[in-house]
Write a protein that binds this ligand. Structure first.
Ligand code: PLP
Length: 231
């Protein structure tokens, strides 16, 4: 077994273990393999192991791989990085999901720029659950308004919420924020049934995220290995 395969299988096992611990079925949690800065050949290798959903943070880096891997017809690309409005068109045209919508302007542009022959772009609203000042995402109290806006835009499909956890060693604090996210997502889903996704949990905190009701884990390092210098 290659190192990559071992690491991938290891992550699948951790997820299965976390689901069992929490009394959840394995198919209630989706794995997003975060391939930012990694080459297309590595993405294809993980695809061959059965993985279908991949997360990218940088528009050009992501586009290089989307182009190189066009022959993989059922691959699913999620944009999970900060999105500048001058790059929204490329994302609207080539990705299946955008997980970082936190401004009205970006939401409107993505809807306008989504090609009409494609299904609506799946959107997660990013919430700044820790309230850290430097962090992207809307404040929890603004979530309903942003969800409402996204739900009215014709070429977007509101699929749920996403957060990037605070970098803290305090598990109780983290769990509190994760539970708050779960409450928010359930309140949103009560109004918009298709908003069934809660994207939270990364390599370091996947067990806690699953225990708190995450439906999508974004795992990079533990699958692909450490990243070199960022782009
Ligand atoms: C890089 C990144 C991840 C993956 O983080 P790892 O620690 O490598 O697992 C998840 N989510 C977002 C938004 C990221 O930018």
């Amino acid at each position: 077994m290659s190192t990559l395969e071992q690491q991938y299988q290891n992550v699948l096992q951790r997820i299965a273990g976390a689901c069992q611990q929490s009394g959840r079925t394995v198919d209630s949690v989706k794995l997003l393999a975060v391939s930012k800065t990694k080459p297309a050949a590595m993405v294809e290798a993980v695809y061959r192991l059965g993985q279908r959903s991949f997360g990218e943070n940088y528009v050009q880096d992501g586009m290089d791989k989307i182009t190189a891997l066009q022959h993989l017809h059922d691959i699913e690309w999620h944009f999970i990085g900060p999105l500048q409005s001058n790059k929204s068109r490329v994302v609207a045209e080539h990705f299946h999901w955008v997980e970082t919508v936190d401004r009205e302007k970006i939401a409107r542009r993505l809807s306008e720029q989504r090609p009409p022959h494609l299904p609506p772009l799946n959107v997660l609203v990013q919430v700044n659950i820790s309230g850290e000042e430097q962090k992207s995402g809307i404040l929890p109290e603004d979530t309903h308004a942003m969800a409402e806006l996204v739900s009215t835009l014709p070429n977007l499909c509101l699929r749920g919420l996403m957060c990037i956890a605070e970098h803290t060693g305090d598990d109780e604090r983290l769990a509190q924020q994760f539970r708050q996210m779960k409450d928010l997502q359930q309140a949103i889903q009560a109004r918009y049934p298709q908003a069934d996704t809660l994207s939270m949990g990364m390599s370091g905190d996947l067990e806690l995220a699953v225990a708190c009701g995450s439906t999508e884990l974004r795992i990079g390092t533990d699958i692909f290995g450490a990243r070199g210098a960022t782009l």
